[in-house]
Design a protein around this ligand. Structure first.
Ligand SMILES: NC(=O)c1ccc[n+]([C@@H]2O[C@H](COP(=O)([O-])OP(=O)(O)OC[C@H]3O[C@@H](n4cnc5c(N)ncnc54)[C@H](O)[C@@H]3O)[C@@H](O)[C@H]2O)c1
Length: 341
C-alpha cells in the first residue's frame, strides 16, 4: 500500500478580480486556505505586470485563480519561475490558461464539477416547472383572479412520461440526467463523443440531434461553445421541435440561432427557458424580455451567492491534494479543451 507523502503547504498566490476573493471565501474557507497553503490571503493579484506583486509572484508555486484572473501569457509566466500548478475556483479556464501554460508543463485543475451542480439544479427545476405549465397557470390566475378549471387550464400538462432531450453528456448534462432519474420521464441524449453503451449506463437513449429535436417535449442544451456547436439549433432544427415544446438553454447563447428561436417564440409555437442568449444581454427592445412563453434569466444558473462557497472548497480540496502529492479530482487537460467548455 502506498501512503501519500506528508502534506506540504505550497506557496500560493490568489489571482482573481476585485471582490471575487471575498465572495468565494468566508471566514471558515480562509482558515482552511491557511491550513492547506502558504499564502497571504490579503494579497489578491489582478495584474501580473504590477511591480508591487513581483516578489510574491516570483515565489509562487501555485496560483489559486478565480473569475477575473488576467490571462497567463508567456510574459506573465516569466515572472513566476517557480510556478507548477494552477487551481481554478470556478468553471472554464479558457479565459486565463493560455497555450504558454501548457508549453510550460503546468498542471491545471478546475472546480467545474462543483459549478455543474447549480446549473443542473436550475435545469431540472426548469424542466419540471415548464412540464407542469406552472408559468401558464400563474399568468392565467393573475389575469383572471377566479377559480380556474384545471381540466381546461392544464390540459396536456404534466411530467408523466414526458420526453426530455439532453444535448451533451458534459459535466452538467450528466448531472441533469442523474437528477432526472427519480422522475417518470424518458431521457434522450445526443453527444457525438458518447457510445451507446455509455449512454445506456447513464440512463438515456442515444439519438441523432434531429431525432432528439423531433421527439422531445423539452430540449435542454449542455454542450460547450465550440466552432462545431455554433447554431446547433438553427432554424431548420428548431422547426423539427413539436408544437408546444420547450427549449432550455443554460449553455451558451451561440448554440442557438436567436433570431430563428425568437420567431418561434413570438408565434407562440415553442416555449423557452433561457439563461444565456446571443447577444448576452439581448437588446432592450427584444421580445425575449416580455413574451409570456419565455423565462429569461441573466446567466444565473451557475454558482451564485452561497454556492460560491462550494467552488472555494472544491479548489481548496485540489490544493490539498496537490500538497499531498495526489492527482487532482478535476484535472484540466490541454488535449480535452477542443471538446470541452
Ligand atoms: N449558465 C451558466 O451559468 C453556466 C455555468 C457553467 C457552464 N455553463 C455552460 O454549460 C455548458 C456545459 O458545461 P460543462 O462544464 O458541463 O461542459 P464540459 O466541458 O463538461 O463538456 C464537454 C463535453 O461536451 C460534450 N460535447 C462536445 N461537443 C458536443 C456536441 N457537438 N454535441 C453534444 N455534446 C458535445 C462531450 O461529451 C464533451 O466531453 C457549456 O456551454 C458551459 O459554457 C453555463
Amino acid at each position: 500500500m502506498t501512503t501519500p507523502s506528508t502534506p506540504r503547504r505550497p506557496r500560493t498566490v490568489l489571482a482573481m478580480g476585485p471582490r471575487v476573493r471575498d465572495a468565494l471565501f468566508d471566514a471558515a474557507a480562509l482558515d482552511r486556505l491557511a491550513a492547506v497553503a502558504d499564502t497571504d490571503p490579503a494579497l489578491v493579484v489582478g495584474d501580473f505586470a504590477a511591480a508591487e506583486h513581483a516578489a510574491a509572484l516570483a515565489g509562487a508555486e501555485a496560483l489559486l485563480t478565480g473569475w477575473g484572473c488576467p490571462p497567463l501569457t508567456a510574459a506573465a509566466l516569466e515572472r513566476m519561475p517557480r510556478l507548477r500548478t494552477i487551481v481554478h475556483a470556478a468553471g472554464s479556464v479558457r479565459h486565463h490558461v493560455t497555450d504558454a501554460c501548457w508549453e510550460r508543463g503546468l498542471t491545471v485543475a478546475s472546480a467545474a464539477a462543483a459549478n455543474a451542480l447549480p446549473v443542473a439544479e436550475y435545469t431540472v427545476a426548469a424542466i419540471l416547472f415548464t412540464g407542469k405549465r406552472v408559468f401558464d397557470a400563474q399568468r392565467a390566475y393573475r389575469e383572471q383572479r377566479r377559480r380556474l378549471d384545471p381540466l381546461d387550464l392544464l390540459a396536456g400538462a404534466g411530467n408523466y412520461r414526458r420526453t426530455v432531450g439532453v444535448v451533451g453528456a458534459s459535466r452538467i448534462g450528466r448531472r441533469v440526467i442523474g437528477l432526472l432519474r427519480p422522475f417518470d420521464l424518458r431521457v434522450l441524449l445526443h453527444d457525438p463523443y458518447v457510445t451507446r453503451e455509455e449512454a445506456g449506463r447513464l440512463g438515456a437513449r442515444p439519438v441523432s440531434l434531429d431525432e432528439l429535436a423531433l421527439s422531445s417535449d423539452v430540449v435542454t442544451i449542455h454542450a460547450p461553445e465550440l466552432p462545431a456547436t455554433r447554431h446547433l439549433f438553427d432554424r431548420a432544427r428548431l422547426a423539427l421541435m413539436p408544437d408546444g415544446a420547450t427549449l432550455v438553454n443554460t449553455a451558451r447563447g451561440s448554440l442557438v440561432d436567436t433570431e430563428a428561436l425568437t420567431a418561434e417564440l413570438v408565434s407562440g409555437r415553442l416555449n423557452a427557458v433561457l439563461d444565456v442568449t446571443e447577444p448576452e444581454v439581448p437588446p432592450a427592445g427584444s421580445p425575449l424580455y416580455d413574451l409570456p412563453n419565455v423565462l429569461l434569466t441573466p446567466h444565473v444558473a451557475g454558482s451564485l451567492g452561497n454556492e460560491l462557497g462550494r467552488l472555494a472548497h472544491a479548489a481548496l480540496d485540489e490544493l490539498e491534494r496537490y500538497g499531498r502529492g495526489l492527482p487532482f479530482a478535476g484535472p484540466v487537460r490541454a488535449e480535452e479543451l477542443a471538446r470541452s467548455a
